[in-house]
Design a protein around this ligand. Structure first.
Ligand code: XUL
Ligand code: CO
Length: 435
C-alpha cells in the first residue's frame, strides 16, 4: 500500500523546472569533485521530525495531518515504518536516523519497550534489505522520559544511570542488527539546572564512564560504529556539558576517548552556542573529529532551537566547504534534523521541505567545489600568511627561534609592514560564487 499515491519518485529536472515535486539542483548521479553528489552528501532523514512530530507547540495542539496513524500505538509504529521507507525511497535518501523511542512505544516496562523495539526493528530490517537504504545512526532518547529529569549518565540517581546504560546497550544491539555506521550521544539532560546542588566532576566522570562502557560493549559484540557526540549549549538543560565543538573535544581528550569519538555537528546548535556552523565544522575538522552533520537552521530573531529546514545557501556553502576540505563526511552524512513549520501541516510538506533542504545542500556543494577548484580560500590565505613562507616566519615555523633570538630580530625590524585584509572586497568576490 502507498501512503503517498499522488507523489512519484522525486527526479532531478533542472533549474527551469516548475514542478514542486522535483529537484532543481540536486542531481544524485552528477559528479562533483570526483564523486557523485549522492556519495558526497549522504542524505539522511530523521525519524523523529518526519514520522513522530505532530506540530504541537507550547501554545497549540497537534496540527500535522499524517496518514499513518493507526488504532494502537504499535499499529501506528508499524505503519510508520512502511510510510517512512516510502518517503526515503521517493526522495532518494540513502540513509536514516532514529531515537529508540521514535520507532516503538515504551509500554509499561523496560522489557516491554525492548520487545516492541525488537518487533519494529525486524520490520525496519526487512525494508532495509528490500531497498538498500542504510542506517546512518541511531541513538537512545535519554531525555524525554520523566526519569531523566536530573540527567541520564549525569544523573544523581544510580538506578537512573542503570536505565540509561540499558538503553545504550539496546541501542548498540540495534545498531549491530541494522548495520548502523555511527552511533550518536546527544546529552539533552546531561547538564544542570543549578550549580548549587551539582557535583560537576562526578557528573562528567559518569558521562565518560557510560561512553567507555559503550566502547567496551561494541568491542564485545564485534560491532564498531563511529561514536559521535552532538554538542549543544542549552535547551532543554539550562547548561549542557557538551556546550560546543571545542568543549566536547576537550572532554573527548581529557577522558581519552579520541580514538573512538568524533562530533555530530548541528547548525542550529552552533548558533545557539554563539557560533556559526562553519566555525563548529572548522574546530572539529582541524582536530580530526568531524564526524557527521545535522542539517537545519535557526531563526536569527529567535533564541531557541527552531530546527528549520536549511534554505540559506550562503551558510550551507561555507559548511560544505568545510566538508570538502575534510575530504568528505563519510562514514557520517547530512541528516535533516529539521521539522516543517506548524503552518506546513500537510503530509506532502514533508516532501517539499526535504526537497528544499536537499537542493540547498546541492547548491552548497557545487559552490564549495568551485571555491575549492579555483583555490579561492587557499590563495587568499596563502597571501595573508605569506610572511611565514620565508625569512624569520619560516624560521619560527621550523621552531628554530626563541624569545631571545626574536628579540634581537625585533630590535632590528621594529616597524613591521602591515597590510589591509580588504575583507569587504573578499566578501564581494565570494558573492559571485553564491548568487
Ligand atoms: C536535539 C537534537 C537531537 C539529536 C539526537 O536538539 O538535535 O534530535 O540530534 O538526539
Ligand atoms: Co540533532
Amino acid at each position: 500500500m502507498s501512503y503517498f499515491p499522488n507523489i512519484k519518485k522525486i527526479e532531478f529536472e533542472g533549474v527551469n523546472s516548475k514542478n514542486p515535486f522535483a529537484f532543481r539542483h540536486y542531481n544524485p548521479e552528477e559528479i562533483i569533485l570526483g564523486k557523485s553528489m549522492k556519495e558526497q552528501l549522504r542524505f539522511a532523514i530523521a525519524y523523529w521530525h518526519t514520522m513522530t512530530q505532530d506540530g504541537s507547540d507550547p501554545f497549540g495542539n497537534p496540527v500535522n495531518l499524517r496518514p499513518w496513524l493507526g488504532e494502537t500505538e504499535m499499529s501506528t509504529a508499524r505503519n510508520r515504518v512502511e510510510a517512512f521507507f516510502e518517503i526515503l525511497e521517493k526522495l532518494g535518501a540513502d540513509y536514516f536516523c532514529f531515537h529508540d523511542v521514535d520507532i516503538a512505544p515504551e509500554g509499561n516496562s523496560l522489557a516491554e519497550f525492548f520487545n516492541n523495539l525488537d518487533e519494529i526493528t525486524d520490520l525496519i530490517k526487512e525494508k532495509m534489505d528490500q531497498t538498500g537504504i542504510k542506517l546512518l545512526w541511531n541513538t537512545a532518547n535519554m531525555f524525554s522520559n520523566p526519569r531523566y529529569n536530573n540527567g541520564a549518565a549525569s544523573t544523581n540517581n544510580a538506578e537512573v544511570f542503570a536505565m540509561a546504560a540499558a538503553q545504550v546497550k539496546k541501542g548498540l544491539d540495534i545498531s549491530k542488527k541494522l548495520g548502523g555506521q555511527n552511533y550518536v550521544f546527544w546529552g539533552g539532560r546531561e547538564g544542570y539546572e543549578s550549580l548549587l546542588n551539582t557535583d560537576m566532576k562526578l557528573e562528567q566522570d559518569n558521562i565518560a564512564r557510560l561512553f567507555k562502557m559503550a566502547i567496551v560493549y561494541g568491542e564485545k559484540i564485534n560491532h564498531k560504529p563511529q561514536f559521535l557526540i552532538e554538542p549543544k549549549p542549552k535547551e532543554p538543560s539550562k547548561h549542557q556539558y557538551d556546550f560546543d565543538a571545542a568543549t566536547a573535544l576537550q572532554f573527548i581528550q581529557k577522558y581519552d576517548l579520541i580514538d573512538d569519538f568524533k562530533l555530530n555537528l548541528e547548525a542550529n546548535h552552533a548558533t545557539l552556542a554563539g557560533h556559526t556552523f562553519e566555525h563548529e565544522i572548522e574546530v572539529a575538522r582541524i582536530n580530526n573529529a568531524l564526524g557527521s552533520l545535522d542539517a537545519n537552521q535557526g531563526d536569527v530573531l529567535l533564541g531557541w532551537d527552531t530546527d528549520e529546514f536549511p534554505t540559506n545557501v550562503y551558510d550551507v556553502t561555507l559548511a560544505m566547504y568545510g566538508v570538502v576540505e575534510n575530504g568528505g563526511i563519510a562514514p557520517g552524512g547530512i541528516n535533516f534534523d529539521a521539522k516543517v513549520r506548524r503552518s506546513s501541516f500537510e503530509a506532502e510538506d514533508l516532501f517539499l521541505a526535504h526537497i528544499a533542504g536537499m537542493d540547498t545542500f546541492a547548491r552548497g556543494l557545487k559552490n564549495a567545489a568551485k571555491l575549492k577548484s579555483d583555490g579561492f580560500f587557499e590563495k587568499l590565505k596563502a597571501k595573508r600568511y605569506a610572511s611565514y613562507q620565508a625569512g624569520i616566519g619560516a624560521s619560527i615555523l621550523a621552531d628554530k627561534e626563541d624569545l631571545k633570538s626574536l628579540t634581537e630580530y625585533a630590535l632590528n625590524h621594529d616597524h613591521p609592514t602591515l597590510e589591509s585584509s580588504h575583507i569587504e572586497y573578499v566578501k564581494n568576490l565570494l558573492n559571485d560564487y553564491i548568487h
